[in-house]
Design a protein around this ligand. Structure first.
Ligand SMILES: Cc1cc2nc3c(=O)[nH]c(=O)nc-3n(C[C@H](O)[C@H](O)[C@H](O)COP(=O)(O)OP(=O)(O)OC[C@H]3O[C@@H](n4cnc5c(N)ncnc54)[C@H](O)[C@@H]3O)c2cc1C
Length: 384
């Protein structure tokens, strides 16, 4: 069964999809269970991904990357996440947020910070969420106050992928206090992680995505030069909103990969298991579960690839991205739930892939904007 078959994928994304599939089969799948148990950052697999030219390659060729398109990164996401979500997130997060530097930064910034990420010499991350605020992007409290030709950052960020491992992170901080212009109060900064006043530690162990690492960052009078502002002061919210449209299509790919893993596991299990003197797959109730899983998966996949085109062409991008992210990640939770039921008691053995998938699917329904927030966006951005 090839759930991630390529006919829905545009021609231009099929070669990289194949590369990602082969990489996942050789490097991710065989190591998934072990990394899940150990909960360690998979440095060796990240390095293999870099050697294979599959890490941070959405960055343009002029800055040392492969210039992979949204559809190409989506095709990779499906394959990687089917193999293991935690390792996949680590592979795909090496350049997280750097796309905004590429789109809005100046040449000096791109040469100094973007090129090393594209050439896999450095890692980066995106620091938006805070301990007390995740969904309300116009309610974040970390401040960046201008002092001469520097900005002084104070506050905390939470859940930040690569916050410990990265060489620099893109930080979203408050630079204004205008209650009538809530969205214009924020800016983005390039912050090298060895700057005085930057302190990061890993957050506590998670139940899912075990091979990915997130950080709690504290900024204590952390000074960065004004040259480190991306775009211009006050533009942070808008750059982020645009960036998340791309990100949410990719997160839909996270959901599709996980849903495919759940369907594959459920299917295989019931064909290998006997009850009441026959193979479990012969019971109609079991067949209906598998039929429902497949229908929902195909619906979500069709929507996601449609959304990818819409977002790439900037046609009501926010609306389509939010729909794809919500549908695909929720289908992954439904497929995982049914996949568990089909496994009977064995579903809860932590060593079984279905139980890993079941724990992983809880996460993409939250990150890159909780699905309740996506529903707000879908309604408010419905084209009239
Ligand atoms: C594994 C993982 C990796 C992550 N990586 C990153 C990262 O690299 N960088 C980063 O910046 N962040 C990251 N995040 C953070 C993530 O984006 C936030 O968790 C998410 O935006 C939700 O914020 P919150 O957890 O503060 O939930 P809250 O904002 O506290 O919301 C809690 C719940 O309240 C409900 N809710 C809140 N507001 C509304 C509303 N207006 N309407 C309807 N319902 C609402 C929703 O059900 C929501 O799930 C990561 C999170 C996880 C779990």
């Amino acid at each position: 069964m090839d759930l991630l078959e390529e006919t829905v994928v545009p021609e231009a994304a099929r070669d990289i999809k194949q590369e990602a599939r082969e990489f996942a089969a050789e490097h991710i799948e065989p190591n998934a269970a072990e990394y899940y148990e150990r909960g360690e950052y998979p440095v060796d697999i990240l390095e293999q991904g870099m050697e294979a030219g599959l890490v941070a390659q959405d960055i343009g060729e002029e800055y040392g990357g492969r210039g992979l398109s949204l559809q190409q990164v989506l095709a990779m996401a499906e394959e990687f996440y089917k193999a293991d979500a935690g390792i996949a997130l680590t592979l795909q997060l090496a350049s997280f947020g750097a796309e905004m530097l590429e789109d809005h930064g100046n040449e000096e910034q791109k040469e100094e910070y973007l090129r090393p990420v594209a050439e896999n010499e450095q890692l980066t991350g995106l620091a938006v969420s805070e301990p007390e605020t995740g969904s309300d992007m116009a309610g974040m409290q970390t401040t960046a106050e201008k002092d001469g030709d520097e900005y002084v950052l104070n506050g905390e960020k939470y859940w930040i992928g690569n916050g410990v491992e990265a060489d620099w992170v893109t930080v979203y901080a408050k630079t204004g206090d205008d209650p009538n212009n809530r969205y214009g109060n924020y800016s983005l900064f390039i912050v090298p992680t060895d700057t005085d006043g930057y302190d990061a530690e890993h957050i506590p162990e998670k139940m899912g995505f075990r091979a990915s690492k997130q950080a709690h960052i504290v900024f204590d009078d952390c000074r960065v030069p004004e040259e480190n502002v991306i775009g211009h002061e006050g533009a942070g919210f808008y750059m982020l909103a645009e960036f998340f449209n791309h990100g949410r299509v990719i997160v839909a790919g996270h959901g599709l990969g996980l849903a495919a893993a759940a369907i594959e596991e459920g299917w295989d299990f019931v064909h290998d298991r006997e009850a009441f003197g026959k193979s479990v797959d012969e019971f109609q109730a079991v067949q209906h579960k598998l039929a429902d899983m497949r229908m929902e998966f195909e619906s979500a996949r069709a929507l996601t690839w449609r959304a990818a085109d819409k977002v790439a062409n900037q046609e009501n991008a926010g609306f389509w991205a939010a729909m794809a992210k919500t549908k695909a990640t929720e289908v992954s939770t439904q497929c995982a739930e049914k996949g568990m039921q089909l496994h009977g008691g064995r579903s809860v053995l932590t060593e079984n892939r279905i139980s890993r998938v079941y724990r992983d699917v809880r996460i993409p329904v939250i990150y890159e904007g909780a699905n309740d927030i996506q529903r707000n966006l879908i309604y408010s951005q419905t084209p009239q």
